[in-house]
Design a protein. Sequence first.
Length: 273
Amino acid sequence: MVTVGAIIQARLGSERLPNKAFLPLPFNNGPTLLWHVAARAKAAQSIATVLVATTENTTDNAIYTFCQKSQINCFRGSEDDVLTRFYTAAQKYKLDVVVRLTGDNPFIMPETLDEAVAKHVDADVDYTLTEGLPLGTNIEVVSFSALERAARMATEEADREHVTPYIRREQGFKTQRVTYTSALSALRLTVDYPSDYALANLLYDRLYDQNKLFNFTDIEELLQEHDWLTNVNTQNQQRQAFATEADEFSSAAKTLQEGGYNRVLQKLQEVLK
């Protein structure tokens, strides 16, 4: 029998939105952002263990205390070497498969978690990534054996800071992508900026009391009624960890093309030849 666990990466040292893990959602005395992530992960039938992986810094003592009070497993490790933090946490809790989550994504869907885990196990791969869903709701699933190998072999700082780029990039790992078609694919459902938090509050304020585990259909119906909500946080840009330099350049090139900066793109291509 395969033991599946969700590991939620969380700390309080956010530059753009300090202490966001403890922001209430909805704003009028709702549970914290981190609580919602854990609650949604626990609601997935495939998940046997949910735990928060935070740092050993004293600033994150509050996360440990919160987890104790909320009866959520908590593991503490390196702030910068997140790969080792995840690997050691998975090892301690004897997980065969790890679902990687972050504490700023309170819109993950239990059904998506279950689907991603099922496809991962059925395909017998090292790594599964969903795509095509709103930012902040796609799922990463990684086998413990792959996590262990990456923790042993990865040497680049970025590979250790972001957990999965080494597995996605290096040969020898079996990976798969599970693609969804979603009418909400352009929506930001992560909380990284104040305006992201504003949108999350507006959605939770309207939907949470009706259904604690509201889904994509509920969000879509609300946006059809109030389409202006989609403009609340569209100006925000997401920092991304790329598996390769080619992927990073491709993303930058697309942004320049969309902005009409074709001459800048041409010069950049010449420099990087």
